[in-house]
Design a protein around this ligand. Structure first.
Ligand code: BES
Ligand code: ZN
Ligand code: ZN
Length: 502
């Protein structure tokens, strides 16, 4: 999508579709009160084009509600779309911009012009960023393998800023939002790929190509390196597949970097297909397991955003990618594996493979110098039982590190809920013949058991674990976002990284 940000009087814009934003300021407690529509733009021409219709009371400016006006009086635009926001916040604005784009897509409107709100509730930079993110994320659809050549994407999005001093800030936000959304869409594109089109080797190639164009250092290793590093846990997952594994290492080092400060380690689960291995999954919904590399994709997206926004902190990403398959060479339930850290693991269920690859990924990130760790993984179905599909699961062994992550959520607008990680849960993963086992003794607290396992490998290093199994893929489409891969965690990890900058 082409993007632009210009300063122009709204009345003179001869756009196919001009998108403006509104909130309902009526007293919410008063259920019979008529809507009080407040346009978030002070421009007189736009206001009067909308006034007569909003006065009729049919449009309540509820969150994501739309009102279309053809040939609006006094405006050069062909159509004017008013999109409602529940509140005047950046998160609502991001959604509303997405609604504007997704309104245009099926109507074959190829150019959308969005008006920057000038209401006092909005910081111009934040508003510019939110609109860019909403527009680019809204333009994504997961139909890349359809042979129908009709391109249903919006070709151009333009942000119009007012003529005051806020326009430089808005433009900076707009450019930042584009970089962030492109990174998130890169993650979504990877997650969308089927297992036959995205093997670990191909994921490595995609990562290397992204790194090259973003200016990141990238190494992609395979079986030999796993053996050399004695990554017995990672190897145990890949040993059953004919597809070789990929150990992907990306490095972002700021200019003038000096050793001594924090080094952030981003570790991603990259299972390009999870059949369960010999503990085979049921056929029903097994196809979903192509997205078992969404943690890896989130880290690759975050690294692309880091490379674009250049925070003043060193970041390393370690991606552990493999296929989990049943075969004559596959690991068997009951096998004992020796992880890179030396810990021994009794594998009771070969379907709990994510924690095995991450165990060695966390150890390796530390060996490469990471002082703070975050991992993202579609680790457990149980996290969805605990939290549903609204919040991702978050775990941390260090409150200070986690508080930085929580602050970032305010900017990213993503939802994560912290779950416990106390030593009282450790009994669940005690094995009788090895140091630990890869599943809990009971099915209760499955997401916690997975996190407790990983904690054994983070050891004393401050670490956050994000279980995104129930939020990385959305079966339902939203008015502002297509169904399919969400690209969740890219924005939150980026903000966490930035919290260590400067
Ligand atoms: N990849 C799955 C988890 C998953 C489930 C991701 C649903 C996305 C949607 C993971 O490898 C897995 O199979 N976990 C098991 C763990 C169990 C055997 C302890 C699970 O959740 O059932
Ligand atoms: Zn599994
Ligand atoms: Zn898995």
């Amino acid at each position: 999508m082409n993007t632009d940000c210009i300063q122009k009087a709204p009345a003179s814009i001869a756009a196919e579709l001009l998108v403006v934003f509104a909130v309902n300021k009526a007293d919410k407690k008063d259920s019979v009160a008529a809507p009080v529509i407040e346009l978030l733009h002070g421009d007189g021409a736009v206001k009067s084009a909308v006034a007569a219709i909003t006065r009729a009371g049919e449009f309540a400016a509820a969150s994501c509600e739309t009102l279309l006006i053809h040939n609006p009086a006094g405006l050069a635009a062909k159509r004017l779309l008013v999109v409602g926001l529940a509140k005047a916040t950046a998160n609502e604005l991001r959604k509303a911009a997405g609604v504007g784009i997704r309104f245009a897509k099926p109507r074959k409107i190829r150019e959308v012009v969005l008006l920057l709100p000038d209401a006092p509730e909005f910081d111009s930079k934040m508003a510019g960023r939110a609109i860019a993110e909403g527009a680019l994320l809204g333009n994504f659809d997961s139909d890349s393998y359809k042979s129908d050549p009709v391109d249903r994407s919006v070709a151009a999005a333009t942000l119009i800023t007012g003529s005051d001093g806020a326009s430089d800030a808005a433009k900076a936000g707009w450019l930042e939002g584009i970089a962030v959304a492109e990174a998130q869409n890169f993650a979504r594109t990877l997650v969308n790929e089927p297992g036959n089109k995205l093997t670990p080797t191909i994921l490595g190639e995609r990562a290397a190509a992204m790194a090259k164009s973003a200016g990141l250092q990238c190494e992609v290793y395979s079986s030999e390196k796993l053996h050399a590093l004695k990554m017995g846990a990672f190897w145990s997952v890949t040993q059953g597949s004919v597809e070789p594994p990929a150990l992907i290492v990306l490095t972002y080092q700021p200019e003038n970097w000096k050793p001594g400060g924090p080094v952030l380690g981003l570790v991603g689960k990259g299972i390009t297909f999870d059949s369960g291995g010999l503990s085979l999954k049921p056929a029903d919904s097994m196809e979903k397991m192509k997205y078992d590399m969404a943690g890896a994709a989130a880290m690759l997206g975050a690294m692309q955003a880091v490379a674009a926004l250049k925070p003043d902190v060193k970041v390393i990403s370690v991606i552990c990618s493999a296929e989990n398959m049943p075969s004559g060479t596959a690991q068997k339930p009951g096998d004992v594996q020796i992880a890179m850290s030396g810990k021994t693991i009794e594998v009771l269920n070969t379907d709990a493979e994510g924690r095995l690859v991450l165990a060695d990924g966390l150890t390796y990130a530390k060996q490469l110098g990471a002082t703070h760790l975050v991992d993202a993984a579609t680790l457990t179905g149980a996290v969805g039982i605990a939290l549903g599909t609204v919040n991702g699961g978050a775990f941390a062994n260090d409150d200070e590190t986690y508080s930085k992550f929580v602050k970032g959520l305010e900017i990213s607008g993503e939802k994560f809920w912290r779950l416990p990680l106390e030593d009282d849960y450790k009994d669940q993963i005690k094995s009788s013949i090895a140091d630990i086992m890869n599943v809990g003794k009971t099915r209760y607290g499955g997401a916690i058991n997975g996190a407790m396992f990983l904690k054994e490998f983070a050891e004393e290093t401050p670490w956050i674990h994000l279980d995104i199994a129930a939020v990385a893929w959305s079966d339902e489409q939203k008015a502002w976002l297509a169904s399919g891969p969400t690209g969740v965690a890219v924005r939150s990890i980026l903000e966490w990284v930035r919290s260590y900058s400067g």
